[in-house]
Design a protein around this ligand. Structure first.
Ligand code: NAD
Length: 536
């Protein structure tokens, strides 16, 4: 049986299979991946739509709430044994996964493109990012999780340390726009920290995650250390939040709010990586050719379906006209197309829903007086969900596109008088994910950065540099989220600290026979002495 999904365009009947299905994806291979869905035999299936031709991909079993509960229970039963292995052995599994991923990357590049429609280079960036994260947490995990020896309450007679213990079962909910990076990148530190994981595959892109699950089995990960659930987003996602010990969510701000409320009711921790409306500032002293290239890269990367991509460009008035010309040249140079090779820089949007949203944003802006400088239309001659790289000016606050996330290859230009106005415009709205500054004066740009509400600021790069710096945290301020992925916080969030203290003199307090008043007087004397000696 095939059913329609509420949160992704789905086929409702058998229909013709996708013409773009990669040749090597046999039915046997599909079965070897879909077997990893934690659904009973004979479960209903869901089938997504391939963006390149609008035809069905492949049916994937769908879980219900009871299947999610059972998957979490299995992961919970497997967790102590996984934690007992020790960080080095867990890191070895992650490094073997790294090697297999690099070796077999062509398979997953095909799958990502088939399911999601992006250009191959942007699919490869997912492999790059996951590879870097795998090495990073395998090599640094031990140091990030190390015990912390602290000054004890009673020196010499007692000792104290803070140790990190895994949360238990971590739930990971990730969207379709980076199915490998967001599905696996957050999983790796959770595993290294000794948790087991239940991940929810996005209905648009389940095969990519299932391929990764199968590869992880080859790398030696035990069967129940990573369970995958699939199915309708709200039903399966909510059930996951209801059972796990921590939830790492990536998706829209609206859904993130629901997840946070649900997690709060259970008093479990949550990290929320949400939407953005990211600004890029072109200062008066910027190299305009470099700034135009950086803007085009950041605006059209992943067909604009990237949380950190640039949607607003704030240009100093002195260089506005020259920059506009340079950006239009860079935009007309974009190669738009659909192919399983590196010929094109901009691929398809992921779905009809995405095409509708992008088209509606541009139509609303144009109806209210914005000017289209480039693009501004769908390109059905290339593919059913393809949209031209688009540059607008004259966008005002009454337009949906001004402060609402478009999530497509569309960028708007704004003229600003100086740095102060650039900062004020950058901070409009409630999002705060990523920002960029182009300037030859790096020190001046660094001084500007803290005034912008954004979790990352890229100087002389459009978007990817901060995200690729995996040793530093990545996340949002304001409506763009809570918590950070990458770096120390990206793994420590999957642990609880436990304070372990020990006494060599038995229970602390007034020794037997000592009057309490005398003990208090001694204590007060000690407080005054330590203060005079400037002891912390
Ligand atoms: P979405 O919020 O609709 O869905 C995200 C995931 O949540 C999906 O897997 C979906 O099935 C699931 N889901 C749906 N309803 C749910 C519920 N009630 N409870 C739990 N899970 C539920 O987001 P989307 O439109 O698919 O993804 C695009 C959004 O994600 C954009 O806003 C983008 O900016 C954001 N995003 C953010 C980051 C980041 O790192 N900050 C990265 C990528 C994407």
């Amino acid at each position: 049986m095939t059913t329609a999904l509420p949160d992704a365009p789905q086929t409702t009947g058998p229909g013709p299979a996708s013409r773009f299905r990669p040749e090597w994806v046999s039915d046997a291979r599909l079965a070897s991946w879909t077997r990893w869905v934690a659904a009973p035999a004979g479960a209903a299936t869901l089938t997504a739509t391939a963006p390149y031709d609008g035809l069905p991909t492949a049916p994937v079993p769908a879980c219900g709430p009871d299947d999610v509960a059972a998957a979490v229970a299995a992961a919970r039963a497997a967790q102590p044994a996984w934690a007992t292995l020790g960080v080095d052995e867990r890191a070895e599994v992650v490094l073997r996964f790294h090697d297999l991923l690099v070796e077999r990357q062509d398979e997953v590049l095909d799958l990502i493109q088939w399911e999601m429609g992006k250009a191959r280079f942007h699919a490869w960036q997912e492999v790059l990012q996951v590879g870097n994260l795998a090495r990073h947490y395998a090599r640094h995990g031990r140091a990030y999780l190390e015990d912390r020896k602290v000054r004890p309450a009673i020196p010499l007679a007692t000792s104290a340390r803070e140790v990190r213990v895994p949360k238990g079962v971590v739930g990971i909910i990730s969207p379709w726009n980076y199915p490998l990076y967001l599905g696996v990148g957050d999983l790796l530190p959770a595993l290294v920290a000794g948790n087991t994981v239940v991940g929810k595959a996005d209905p648009q892109t389940p095969l990519t995650l299932l391929w990764a699950r199968a590869l992880m089995a080859e790398a030696g990960l035990p069967e129940d250390a990573w369970k995958v659930v699939a199915g309708p987003g709200a039903e399966v996602g909510e059930a996951l939040v209801d059972h796990v010990d921590y939830i790492a969510f990536t998706g829209s701000t609206a859904t993130g709010r629901l997840v946070a409320e649900r997690a709060a009711r259970r008093l479990i921790g949550a990290s929320l990586e949400l939407g953005g409306k990211n600004p890029l500032i072109v200062r008066h002293d910027a190299d305009l050719a470099v700034a135009a290239r950086g803007t085009a890269d950041a605006a059209f990367a992943n067909t604009g379906q990237m949380c950190i991509h640039i949607e607003r460009v704030l240009v100093h008035t002195d260089v506005y006209d020259d920059f506009r010309e340079a950006l239009l040249a860079a935009t007309s140079g974009q190669r738009v197309g659909q192919a399983y090779d590196y010929a094109f820089g901009v691929g398809s949007l992921a779905s009809q829903a995405q095409l509708d949203k992008v088209s509606a944003h541009v139509a609303d802006a144009v109806a209210k007086g914005a000017t289209v400088l480039a693009g501004g239309r769908a390109l059905p001659e290339i593919g059913p969900f393809v949209y031209a790289p688009t540059v607008l000016e004259g966008v005002t606050e009454d337009m949906d596109l001004c402060l609402g996330e478009t999530f497509g290859p569309v960028v708007a230009l704004y003229r600003v008088a100086d740095d102060d106005e650039a900062v004020a415009v950058a901070n409009q709205g409630r999002a705060g994910l990523s920002a960029s500054i182009f300037s030859k004066d790096i020190a001046a740009a660094q001084a500007l950065a803290p005034r912008i509400r954004a979790g990352s600021v890229n100087i002389n790069d459009g978007a990817s540099l901060a995200a690729g710096t995996v040793e530093a945290g990545m996340g949002g301020m304001g409506d763009s989220g809570l918590g950070r992925r990458h770096g120390p916080e990206g793994i420590r969030k999957y642990t609880e600290t436990q304070t372990v203290v020990a006494s060599r003199i038995g229970p602390v307090g007034p020794p037997a026979g000592t009057p309490v008043a005398k003990f208090v007087a001694l204590g007060n004397g000690q407080l005054r002495l330590l203060r005079r000696l400037r002891v912390r």
